[in-house]
Design a protein around this ligand. Structure first.
Ligand code: FE2
Length: 399
């Protein structure tokens, strides 16, 4: 049953975009120029993280800074990875990572790194740990503050080799050269990117996500699905990013229910992990859209988990996009409105909030939220750039 059947309007009464608002007028068939650049070595397989010692030795590294969070460190298969790393090697841990890492956290990690003087950084955890690993690498090798690296390509000096080991099927941060770091005071998200910040190697081990808690599986899984669907239609999409987004959608859509029901289903976990990685790789080329622009202020102001906030807004953003260009979501084997309903169904199955009011958001908050969503850099990549008023309407429909 979709939201419309529950008496809630799905489609906000937004005006249609003018024809000139369309950027990719020839859609996926256009010979639009693009630049796609990847260099990450990827190893996938159950138990592949146990190869970490050989991997580090092959890099001729001996001093390893591990960036992780205290919960992940206690997970048994992750603990085994750390035991392997410590054999005949020097290791230091920065394990203070928390969700939505701040500039202050990056500075603390960089101070630990300066004292230890590593020759490789290993990020182990969800997107926050992997983003922290990249952020610490910026400050350790290039100095200054993380704010100095907002944007792309601001690091002039070489950066340390780094290995990424995700323990959630969510952000796909391990596929990207960007670290998303929040300003310490306003919690506004900064995207700090550089080709040199990419992980040299990524280990995708489904055994590491076999004990992920239910609420984390829910929000990270929906976030990954949003990454696939948003990156599929952005103004900056290209043939390769669309291929990645499409495969990511198929994997995530096919495996979400099985993985959510039983995270020890290694087959489903593997499809989620690879799907999330491919969606992350698609973002690297195509960026994200208005669902993420809407979600970021919700997380900053109301502490709604990122994936839950994205899942709350995604169907409304998709409806807006599809109304302005019904062909946008073609190629996903499912009509756009059926995909919206599927997202709503998965969100419900996962027990994530379906209305903003359930998260403490009221009518009085919508104007501020809309202004902040409009200022988000990611909204500029949505196929149709929304005005402040349109963002407010989207929030009102989701209220
Ligand atoms: Fe996201």
């Amino acid at each position: 049953m979709g939201p419309a059947a529950r008496g809630k309007p799905v489609r906000p009464p937004l005006r249609a975009a003018s024809p000139s608002a369309r950027i990719l007028t020839l859609g996926d068939r256009a010979l639009l120029p693009f630049h796609y650049d990847t260099s990450i070595s990827i190893r996938f397989g159950p138990g592949v993280s146990r190869d970490i010692g050989d991997v580090i030795d092959a890099m001729a590294c001996r001093r390893i800074l591990v960036v992780t969070d205290p919960n992940v460190r206690r997970i048994e298969p992750v603990a085994r990875v750390f035991e392997t790393l410590a054999v005949d090697r020097e290791t230091e841990f920065f394990d203070a990572v928390h969700p939505n890492p701040t500039a202050r956290l990056i500075e603390q990690g960089a101070e630990v790194a300066r004292v230890f003087d590593p020759d490789v950084i290993v990020g182990v955890g969800g997107g926050s740990a992997l983003d922290c690993a990249k952020g610490i690498n910026f400050l350790l090798t290039n100095g200054g503050r993380i704010e100095d690296y907002q944007g792309f390509g601001k690091a002039s000096a070489p950066m340390l080799l780094a290995v990424g080991i995700p323990t959630t099927a969510g952000t796909g941060s391990e596929a990207q050269s960007y670290a998303l770091i929040s300003k310490s005071d306003t919690h506004e998200k900064m995207a700090c990117g550089d080709r040199k910040a990419r992980f040299e190697l990524v280990l995708l081990d489904p055994e590491l996500i076999a004990t992920t808690p239910s609420e984390v599986r829910a929000s990270t899984g929906l976030d990954a699905i949003a990454h696939a669907l948003e990156s599929y239609v952005t103004r900056t999409r290209n043939r390769i990013s669309r291929m990645l987004s499409r495969e990511a959608w198929h994997l995530l859509n096919g495996a979400f229910e099985r993985y959510h029901a039983d995270p020890s289903d290694v087959g489903a976990a593997g499809e989620m992990l690879v799907g999330a990685h491919l969606a992350g790789a698609a973002i690297e080329a195509s960026m994200l859209g208005a669902a993420h622009a809407c979600a970021n202020p919700l997380t900053a102001r109301f502490d709604i988990a990122h994936g839950a906030a994205v899942a709350l807004m995604l169907p409304h953003v998709m409806a807006h996009n599809a109304r302005n260009d019904p062909s946008l979501y073609e190629g996903l084997r499912v009509p756009a409105d059926a995909i919206e309903e599927r997202v709503v169904a998965l969100r419900s199955l996962a027990g994530l909030p379906e209305r903003l009011e359930a998260c403490g958001v009221g009518q009085k908050d919508l104007s501020v939220l809309a202004n902040e969503a409009h200022a988000q850099w990611t909204g500029a990549h949505n196929p149709f750039v929304l005005s402040v008023e349109e963002y407010e309407t989207l929030y009102a429909v989701a209220l």
